[in-house]
Design a protein around this ligand. Structure first.
Ligand SMILES: [Fe+2]
Length: 275
C-alpha cells in the first residue's frame, strides 16, 4: 500500500492492488489513516457493489438503507444511489441540499456514521466534484481565546436548515421536516481530540441571540472551508473515496440533473456518540 498525502492537514491518495484491499491489515491501516487524514482516495479501483460492500464491512458495521427511499438501490441492498436523474430520484431537494457543507446523520439522536464510502459510476462533464473540509484541523488552528469561547456551546441541527437554500419546510415530507437534534459545537472524543460540529444543518446556537449565533456559525464555516483545511476531489469513473464523516464536512459542486452523474454510497455506522 502506497500512500501519498495531498495537503499537510487533509487527504491521501492510496495506491493498492485490488485483492489487497480486502485484508484485515489494509482495513486496520485505512482506519488509522482516516483518523489522521480524513479523506482517502483510491483512484480508478473500479469496485462492483458487492466489492464496495465487502470493503465497507471491513471498516465496521454497515448502515442499512431501505429500498423505499429514493436512491435506495433495489439491485444492491445497503447501496444508496446518488443521482439527480428524476426517473430514479423523486426527491431532488435532498441531493440539492448536499451542494452545501454538511456532515451526514447529525440531525438524529444516534452516533453519526463513522465513515462514508463513495464510488463514481458516471461522472458529470461539468461540476460534480466533491469537497471535504477537516473539522479537526480547523478547530486545532483556532486561537486559544476563541477555543475557550466555544467551549460548552450547543447548536440545534435540523433537516429544514440543511435544505433551506433549496426547499421550504412545507415541501419536505413530515418525517424529515421534524428531524432536529441538539449537538455540542465542539466534539471532544474519548481520545481527547476535538473537532467542530458545523455546516448547513446548524440552525442556531442555543441560548444565544439568533443573529449572534448564526454569525458565529457562519464565521466558523468560512474558517473551516479555507483552502488549507480542504480537499477537492475531481472524480474519474471507478474512483472510490472514503472519508471520516465525524472529522470532516463535505459538499458537492453543482452539476446538471441530466448530466448522468451517478454515485454509489455505502456507510460505516458510528461507534462513538457525540459528547
Ligand atoms: Fe452527505
Amino acid at each position: 500500500m502506497n500512500v501519498e498525502n495531498v495537503k499537510p492537514t487533509i487527504g491521501s491518495i492510496v495506491h493498492i492492488e485490488r485483492p489487497a484491499l480486502f485484508s484485515d491489515e489494509t482495513a486496520q491501516r485505512c482506519l488509522e489513516l482516516l483518523e489522521e487524514r480524513q479523506v482517502l482516495v483510491f483512484p480508478r479501483i473500479n469496485l462492483s457493489d458487492s466489492e464496495q460492500l465487502a470493503f465497507t464491512d471491513k471498516l465496521g458495521a454497515r448502515v442499512n438503507f431501505t429500498n423505499r427511499v429514493p436512491g435506495g438501490d433495489k439491485a444492491s441492498k445497503d447501496v444508496y444511489t446518488i443521482t439527480l436523474d428524476p426517473k430514479i430520484n423523486t426527491e431532488p431537494e435532498y441531493v440539492l441540499g448536499t451542494y452545501f457543507w454538511h456532515m451526514d446523520g447529525i440531525t438524529v439522536p444516534i452516533p453519526p456514521p463513522k465513515a462514508s464510502v463513495l464510488s463514481a459510476r458516471r461522472v458529470a462533464a461539468k461540476g460534480g466534484q466533491t469537497e471535504f473540509a477537516s473539522t479537526y484541523a480547523a478547530y486545532q488552528a483556532l486561537p486559544a481565546e476563541e477555543k475557550a469561547e466555544l467551549e460548552g456551546l450547543r447548536v440545534m441541527h435540523s433537516v429544514t436548515a440543511a435544505v433551506r437554500e433549496v426547499a421550504t419546510p412545507e415541501s419536505l415530507d413530515p418525517y424529515r421536516r421534524e428531524l432536529r437534534q441538539e449537538q455540542p459545537l465542539v466534539w471532544t472524543r474519548k481520545s481527547g481530540r476535538k473537532s467542530l460540529i458545523i455546516g448547513y444543518t446548524a440552525d442556531y446556537v442555543v441560548n444565544m441571540p439568533k443573529a449572534d449565533g448564526r454569525a458565529l456559525l457562519a464565521r466558523l464555516l468560512e474558517w473551516t472551508a479555507q483552502p488549507a483545511f480542504t480537499y477537492r476531489h475531481y472524480w474519474q469513473e471507478g474512483d472510490l473515496v472514503v472519508w471520516d464523516n465525524c472529522g470532516a464536512l463535505h459538499r458537492v459542486i453543482p452539476y446538471a440533473a441530466d448530466s448522468g452523474r451517478t454515485m454509489h454510497r455505502t456507510s460505516v455506522a458510528g461507534i462513538e456518540a457525540v459528547a
